[in-house]
Design a protein around this ligand. Structure first.
Ligand SMILES: CC(C)(COP(=O)(O)OP(=O)(O)OC[C@H]1O[C@@H](n2cnc3c(N)ncnc32)[C@H](O)[C@@H]1OP(=O)(O)O)[C@@H](O)C(=O)NCCC(=O)NCCS
Length: 182
C-alpha cells in the first residue's frame, strides 16, 4: 500500500553499497542499457544530483527516485538559488500508484526547508508537462542558459518547468544555470 511506503531524502554520497545497487537496478529497469545508449541526451553534459529522494514500498523495494540539487544561478541577471529536480523515475511494475508524486512532494518540501531556495526547475519531454503541472509546476517560456564545456549555450533539448518556492515561479525571462542542466 502506497500509504505505508517510506519516503526519505539524503545525500547521494552517503548511500550504502546496497542503496547504490538498488538505484542501479531501478535505473536499468526504467532505461534498459540498450535503449539508453540511443538516448540523444547522452551527447549533453548533465549535472548529477546531490540529494536523492528514495521511495521504498512496504516490502523494502526501491520503487521510485527523485534527484535533487541546488544551484546558484541568475534570473534576468539577478542572483537566485534554484532548486533542481532530475532523474525522476518509477519502476515499470510500480507505475500509476502515486510513487513519483510522493517523491516529488518530498523534494519540494526539502526546497522549502532549505530557506533560501527561490524556485524549483526541471526539464522534461513535452508529454510529461501535464503530469508536472498536476504537481504544481508551471511552464517556463523564457530562455534557459546552461554551460556545456566552457561555453554558455541555450538549452533547447527539452521543455523547462518551474515551481514557486521562496518567490513565484518564473514563466518568462532569462534563467542562467551557471552550469550544466540536470
Ligand atoms: C513519469 C514517471 C516517473 C511517473 O511515475 P509514477 O510513479 O507512475 O507516477 P505517479 O503514480 O505519481 O503518477 C502517475 C500519473 O502520471 C501519468 N504519467 C505517467 N507517465 C506519463 C507520461 N510519460 N506522460 C504523461 N503522463 C504520464 C499517468 O498517466 C498517471 O496519471 P493519473 O494519476 O492521472 O492516472 C514514470 O512513468 C517513469 O519513470 N517514466 C520513465 C522515466 C521518465 O520519463 N521520467 C521523467 C523524466 S523528466
Amino acid at each position: 500500500m502506497i500509504t505505508s511506503s517510506v519516503v526519505s531524502i539524503g545525500p547521494v554520497s552517503l548511500w550504502t553499497d546496497e542503496q547504490v545497487v538498488e538505484y542501479r537496478e531501478l535505473t536499468e529497469a526504467v532505461y534498459p542499457p540498450r535503449t539508453a545508449a540511443d538516448w540523444p541526451g547522452r551527447k549533453l553534459e548533465w549535472s548529477q544530483a546531490e540529494m536523492g529522494v528514495r521511495v521504498v514500498d512496504p516490502s523494502g523495494w526501491l520503487v521510485s527516485y527523485v534527484g535533487v540539487l541546488t544551484r546558484e544561478g541568475t534570473l534576468d541577471t539577478a542572483p537566485v538559488t534554484i532548486g533542481g529536480i532530475g532523474g525522476v523515475k518509477t519502476h515499470p511494475d510500480a507505475r500509476g500508484l502515486g510513487y513519483a508524486a510522493l517523491g516529488m512532494r518530498r523534494a519540494t518540501e526539502w526546497f522549502h526547508e532549505q530557506h533560501g531556495v527561490d524556485f524549483g526547475l526541471l526539464v522534461c519531454e513535452p508529454g510529461l508537462m501535464s503530469y508536472y503541472e498536476n504537481l504544481g509546476w508551471v511552464v517556463f517560456n523564457g530562455v534557459l542558459l546552461t554551460t556545456q564545456g566552457a561555453a554558455t549555450v541555450e538549452f533547447t533539448f527539452n521543455r523547462v518547468m518551474t515551481q514557486t518556492i521562496g518567490r513565484p515561479a518564473p514563466v518568462t525571462g532569462i534563467i542562467d544555470l551557471s552550469g550544466p542542466p540536470w
